[in-house]
Design a protein around this ligand. Structure first.
Ligand code: NCD
Length: 298
């Protein structure tokens, strides 16, 4: 597998499980990972806001004994404001760092950047395209919580059109057996056609009615927020709200995931329900990102 992580399309089962075994080794402390990245530098270049992705990548690098250089608001605080192209910035930053983690509003930015980067480049979320490290941590969470990666019924709920975490997760799910997917979205926010094609051969049910989620009896309910920054209607109200009343209808042994940040689609009144896994998911983000980096250097 190439060292760059651009899209989850590039993974097969073996490469996913390699990252997961590094992750398990870190969680179980089967060796001391504190020197894996000694002497190495990560550059985090974020042209869009982020809390979890940037800080967990940076924390992962520091915990592996490496160092971090960062521009958290690269749109305003890098030479982009002076008109420098992304390619020029990447060429230069690649001289200063051993790995680049890039978030950018354009969906093809990571691919473009990887072509000129002399060091491995990790896509940390690009436009309405992909967010591969999030999908890896999501899938790791499913495996950790449910104890399996095959025979899963998964409801993907909300903004399937612009939600890049969903797009990346779909490429991983299609690699496994016995996967059944329910796509739940308003009619104008359905999954992009190309991704629908990726799912050919998999059992897929499509609906815009949130009541169908409980009927589907899912093992995983993956909620997403409306990506209002990518829509003209930025005050649009979330179409589906998984509140206490709706939680009661869901299977007792399912898990509820959300990449965060959440809005009212997953109100905090459900946080005490043990099925709500979104903060465990965020915690796994640190370890899976450590696993990704260990895979590069160990
Ligand atoms: C996601 C993203 O940036 O795509 N957030 C994250 O990285 N955890 C989801 C979102 O912003 O809705």
């Amino acid at each position: 597998m190439a060292l760059n992580i651009i899209s989850t399309k590039q993974f097969d089962r073996e490469s996913i499980h390699k990252i997961f075994s590094h992750t398990d080794a870190i969680i179980n402390w089967t060796y001391d990972p504190c020197t894996v990245a000694r002497g190495k530098i990560m550059a985090t270049l974020f042209y869009e806001p982020s809390t979890r992705t940037r800080l967990s990548f940076e924390s992962a690098m520091l915990r592996l004994g490496g160092n971090v250089i960062s521009t958290e608001n690269a749109k305003d605080f890098s030479s982009a404001i002076k008109g420098e192209t992304l390619e020029d910035t990447i060429r230069v930053v690649g001289e200063y760092a051993d790995v680049i983690v890039l978030r950018h509003p354009e969906s093809d930015a990571a691919e473009k950047a990887s072509k000129v980067s002399r060091v491995p480049l990790i896509n940390a979320g690009t436009g309405d395209g992909e967010h591969p490290s999030q999908a890896l941590l999501d899938f790791y969470t499913i495996k950790a919580e449910l104890g399996r990666t095959d025979n899963l019924r998964i409801s993907l709920v909300g903004d399937l059109r612009y939600g890049r975490t969903i797009h990346s997760l779909i490429h991983l799910l299609r690699l496994y057996d016995g996967i059944e997917i329910q796509l739940v979205s308003p009619l104008d926010l359905t999954l992009p056609k190309e991704l629908g094609n990726v799912l050919s051969g998999i059992k897929v049910e499509t609906t815009s009615d949130f009541n169908d989620v409980a009927k589907f009896a899912p093992n995983v309910v993956y909620m997403t927020r409306l990506q209002t920054e990518r829509m003209s209607l930025d005050n649009r109200v979330p179409p589906y709200i998984l509140d206490k009343r709706q939680m009661e209808k869901l299977p007792k042994d399912c898990i509820v995931m959300h990449p965060l940040p959440r809005r009212i689609e997953l109100p905090s009144e459900v946080d005490s329900d043990p099925r709500v896994a979104c903060f465990r998911q965020a915690r796994n983000g640190l370890f899976v990102r450590m696993g990704i980096l260990v895979g590069m250097w160990r």
